[in-house]
Design a protein around this ligand. Sequence first.
Ligand code: HEM
Length: 225
Amino acid sequence: MLWQLPLGTWLTWKIVRGLCTVDELKLLVSNCTGGRPKMGCAKGKKRWAGFQGFKSCWKPPSGKQKNSQLISLFKSKGLSVLDMVALSGGHTIGFSHCMEFMPGIYSYNKTFDIDPTMNQDYALSLRGPCPRKNLDPTVVALNDVTTAFIFDNAYGGNLQKGLGLLSTDQMLGVDSLTRPYVNIMARDQQIFFNYFVKAMIKMSNIGVKTGSNGEIRSDCGSFNG
Ligand code: HEM
């Protein structure tokens, strides 16, 4: 895996990839330094038996989607544009593989090789570890280039400066439907935390099963039996 330090300094490391279970997410968040949103967990809820953790309970959309598609997807799940922006703030931690953000830094469209809304130095710095040819599929970059291990609102500030790693993140700071929310959350961390917690609770109620369709798990991230 590759570790990205601000704007182009890189160290390589091998790690096992994948933050896939609720417990790992909790562990990561609790290991982060600095402030973090305090979130109550609705216990004893019946979950779909196939729930295997955060990513598989509701597969995150691909990083290549357009903002309008994302908004529709979130709406179809009962989540608002505000929820979408707040939840995307989850990218204040974690990593993304090169393949996920390369569409923004190579052959972006017919006119621009690099997404013109991105900070161009940042985009170029990502090309080093993620070459078009002979790409190492295990290489990853930090989702939050400013404060990678702190659950904070620096991600919002990044989007204001064109430092969004995934195109879906970068677009949030550009599109007039989402930018106002990015600005609010970038300005005030507590507001970001409040919106994030509300949206996470809303999301955790999607697809909750009742009766014999589900099971109440003793361990959030795995089947009982
Ligand atoms: C807006 C919709 C979302 C999109 C399009 C999206 C997309 C992605 C993509 C493409 C990756 C990189 C995966 C990889 O390379 O392995 C990623 C990673 C991640 N996402 Fe999202 N995501 C979304 C929502 C969320 C939400 C709601 C959260 C949490 C609240 C979240 C938390 C994370 C974390 C923590 C990682 C890092 C995983 C790791 O380090 O292995 N994402 N996301």
